[in-house]
Every structure is written in structure tokens, then in C-alpha cells.
Design a protein around this ligand. Structure first.
Ligand code: DOR
Length: 426
């Protein structure tokens, strides 16, 4: 099987390459990259990419696929389909399923289901602690052997700092990154949105920015103590960006991600008690949004991940204070991220690094580059295609998206995994 992608703008941040080239995919790998016309077309399937960006397959390093246990919200298959529609060739799925992915059997089950679906690559993230209860560490060696690429108790923080220290030391032995949900549960209390003027006006209980920041600070100090590696997830506040920037300047082994909703929406989106804008960490202020953009621009934030968190009407068509936290993002992520490129906040090369090269490096998975020999995972992007978000067309099983009706500029028009076209609008 041989696929030739012609005359696209090849963007490969791993080699600082941005050039019109032809790309040959053969036997599941990148086989050649040459000036247009140099690779013979005869006997090959040709995909014309004139005017399109040819990027290494995008990787969403933070999604919730809900299987096993909550298949009415999403399955590995529907989530993987939403992923490839959104341009993602790989996703890392969080362990807060039912049961929690704290065992090799759940990890293997996820990999089996993903293989059966045959769409995006699915990278299981296993739990830091048994049941994500924050009491006992899970078996990192077994989990890695079964195929887990990282560890996280996402959805919950590891509240006990001693357990977090041990997790950092233990994970180092297996070179597994720790993906951290930074939140002090005592400080968050029963808050449901950002604590500020809007929460006051709406009469809703608030979650202060400090609930995130004190935990970011703690985890950075534990990284310093253990010389361990930490990845801070879903950064939402100006203070967190500043802490991470300082830690990087001091040479700590820290990486961080944010999500599109933290640079496109603020606490104002909650007005009208819109439960689709209820997410944890919560949507913050305009000043936080500016700081997140600056963090993306200057490299403090390494990755953008959707935190795709499907929920059904059961969890969302209820009073705001009772609703579940979370919004879906796999099918809007790229379009929202490209807003940053169109606005001139980041370059196209930076966008591809944030969405592919850096996530691959942080997770230690193949891909993130179009170098010869890399997996033939490729996303073709039309930067200028305008489209309107319509949740009813989504491949995801869920509809909890606050961007419904938005007009976005730019989308994936073809997604290729291992040399196979798994989604195409051409
Ligand atoms: O909004 C959120 N939803 N934040 C989390 O940390 C978990 C996630 C979920 O699983 O629904």
C-alpha cells in the first residue's frame, strides 16, 4: 500500500521544516519527502494536497472515552471516530472510567477495543493510585508492560503530598510521565464555577484560582525535591502560567498543557446557567485568558489538549449546581486552535508543535514528525475552510459542547493513521 500526497505545505516542527513537498507513505511508514514531482506517481494512489497543510498526525493527550462503564456517553470506537474527524491520529485516554484503569486488564481491554475500532491510536493513561482514591500507588511496572503510556488520577488530585512524592519517585523508575490534575479539594469545596464577579451575580458557589495554583506550586516543589518529571494538565489561570514559567527557568522537568476553552471562553459563558460551560477547572477571567495565550506564545505551555469529557442529558440537563463538569472537544479543538494562528498569537509551526510534536514527546509515543521512518500518521488541514459547529453532526455520542453554532476557520480534511485513510472530506 503506497500513498503519495502531492504539493502540500509540509509542516514538521521536529525539524523546523515548512515547505511545499511531496510525501510518500509506504508500509505504514513515511517513506520519502521530496520536492514536488520528484517521486514517481505511477502505480501509487495520489492525494492532491494543493493549498493544504500536511502535518504530522495530531495527538490529543487528554481525552475521556468513558469505556469501560459509561458507554452511553462515549465508547472507545465513537471517541476514536470523533478523534479522526477532528484530525487526531492519536489520543491519550484518562483512567477515570468504571472501573478505573488501575490494572493491566483494563489497560489491555482499552487497547483491544481501540484495535478493533481501527481508527485513531489510543494510548491508555493508567491511574496514579488504586481506584484514584489517593491512598495506595498502583502497579506502575505492570501497567507499563500492559501498554499504559503515562499515569494520572485526572478528575481528582492526589491530595496527600507524601503519596505524590512516592508516585514521582516510583514513576521515575519506569520513565512514565505523571499527568497532574492540580486542584486543592478543600479550597475548591463545593464550588461550581470560577469565584469572581459572575459567580456572585449568578448566586453560584465559586472555585478560586488559588485552588489550582496552590497545587501547581506543591507539585512543582515535589518535582524539585524528587528530580522527577511532571506534566501539569488543563492550566486555566494566570498564576499557574507564571509558576510554570518560573519553574522552567529554574530548570525543573516540567511540561504543561491547556485546553481550547481556556483561551476562547471566560466565566461569562456560564451566564444563563449554561451547563455546557461547566468544566473543571472552571472557565476563568479575561485576564487569565490573555495569560494563557501568552503562555502558548512564549512556550511556557507545551501542548493543547481538548479534555474531551462527554456527558449525557442525565448529567447536563439539570440545575447548574448539580450538573457534571466537562465539555466535549475532539471535533472543535483544531478549529479553535487555528483561531490563534489566524489572530497571529502563534505561528502555524507552533500550532503543529502544540498539537502533535510536543504531545508525542511528552508521552514518549511515536509520531509528532514526518521524518522518513516515522509512522505514516498524517493530518491534512485546510486552514481557510469556514464551517459552522453543529453538534448534531458530531461522531461523538455526546452533545455537551458550548461552541455549538460558532463559525470556525480551518479544519482537518483528511486523517491518515499508519498509511490508511481513516477520515476524509475530500
Ligand atoms: O471537567 C472535567 N471533566 N474535568 C475533569 O477533571 C474530569 C472531566 C470528566 O471526567 O468529566
Amino acid at each position: 500500500m503506497s500513498l503519495l500526497i502531492t504539493r502540500g505545505l509540509v509542516v514538521d516542527p521536529a525539524r523546523n521544516l515548512e515547505q511545499e513537498l511531496d510525501l510518500l507513505l509506504e508500509n505504514g511508514k513515511i517513506a520519502a519527502l521530496e520536492p514536488s514531482g520528484a517521486i514517481p506517481r505511477k502505480g501509487r494512489r495520489v492525494v492532491k494536497a494543493d493549498g493544504l497543510v500536511v502535518a504530522p498526525g495530531l495527538i490529543d493527550m487528554h481525552v475521556h472515552l468513558r469505556e469501560p462503564g459509561e458507554e452511553y456517553k462515549e465508547t472507545i470506537e465513537t471517541g476514536a471516530r470523533a478523534a479522526v474527524r477532528g484530525g487526531f491520529t492519536g489520543v491519550a485516554c484518562m483512567p477515570n472510567t468504571r472501573p478505573v484503569n488501575d490494572s493491566s486488564s483494563v489497560t489491555r481491554f482499552i487497547l483491544d477495543q481501540a484495535k478493533e475500532a481501527g481508527l485513531a491510536r489510543v494510548y491508555p493513561v493508567a491511574a496514579i493510585s488504586v481506584g484514584s482514591h489517593g491512598e495506595n500507588l498502583s502497579e506502575y511496572g505492570d501497567l507499563k508492560a500492559a501498554g499504559a503510556v503515562a499515569l494520572s488520577d485526572d478528575g481528582r488530585p492526589v491530595m496527600n503530598p507524601l503519596l505524590m512524592r512516592r508516585a514521582l519517585e516510583y514513576a521515575k523508575t519506569f520513565d512514565l510521565p505523571l499527568l497532574l490534575h492540580c486542584e486543592d479539594l478543600n479550597l475548591r469545596a463545593d464550588g461550581v464555577m470560577h469565584e469572581g464577579r459572575v459567580s456572585l451575580e449568578l448566586g453560584l458557589k465559586g472555585i478560586p484560582a488559588a485552588a489550582e495554583e496552590v497545587m501547581v506550586f506543591r507539585d512543582l516543589e515535589l518535582a524539585r525535591l524528587t528530580r522527577g518529571r511532571v506534566h501539569i494538565m488543563h492550566v486555566s489561570t494566570r498564576g499557574s502560567v507564571a509558576l510554570i514559567r518560573r519553574a522552567k527557568a529554574q530548570g525543573l522537568k516540567v511540561t504543561a498543557e491547556t485546553a481550547p476553552h481556556y483561551f476562547t471562553l471566560t466565566e461569562e459563558a456560564v451566564r444563563g446557567y449554561n451547563t455546557n460551560a461547566k468544566v473543571n477547572p472552571p472557565l476563568r477571567t479575561a485576564a487569565d485568558l490573555v495569560a494563557i495565550k501568552e503562555g502558548l506564545r512564549d512556550g511556557t505551555l507545551d501542548a493543547i489538549a481538548s479534555d474531551h469529557a462527554p456527558h449525557g442529558p442525565l448529567e447536563k440537563d439539570v440545575e447548574f449546581s448539580e450538573a457534571a463538569f466537562g465539555l466535549i472537544g475532539l471535533e472543535t479543538s483544531l478549529g479553535l486552535n487555528l483561531k490563534l494562528v489566524h489572530e497571529g498569537v502563534i505561528s502555524l509551526m507552533q500550532a503543529v508543535a502544540l498539537l502533535s510534536t510536543h504531545p508525542a514527546r511528552i508521552l514518549g509515543v511515536p509520531g509528532g514528525t514526518l521524518a522518513v521512518g516515522a509512522p505514516a500518521d498524517v493530518t491534512l488541514i485546510d486552514l481557510n475552510r469556514e464551517w459552522t459547529v453543529d453538534v448534531n453532526t458530531f461522531a461523538s455520542k455526546s452533545r455537551n459542547c458550548p461552541f455549538d453554532g460558532w463559525t470556525l476557520k480551518g479544519r482537518a480534511v483528511m486523517t491518515i493513521v499508519g498509511g490508511k485513510i481513516v477520515s476524509s472530506e475530500q
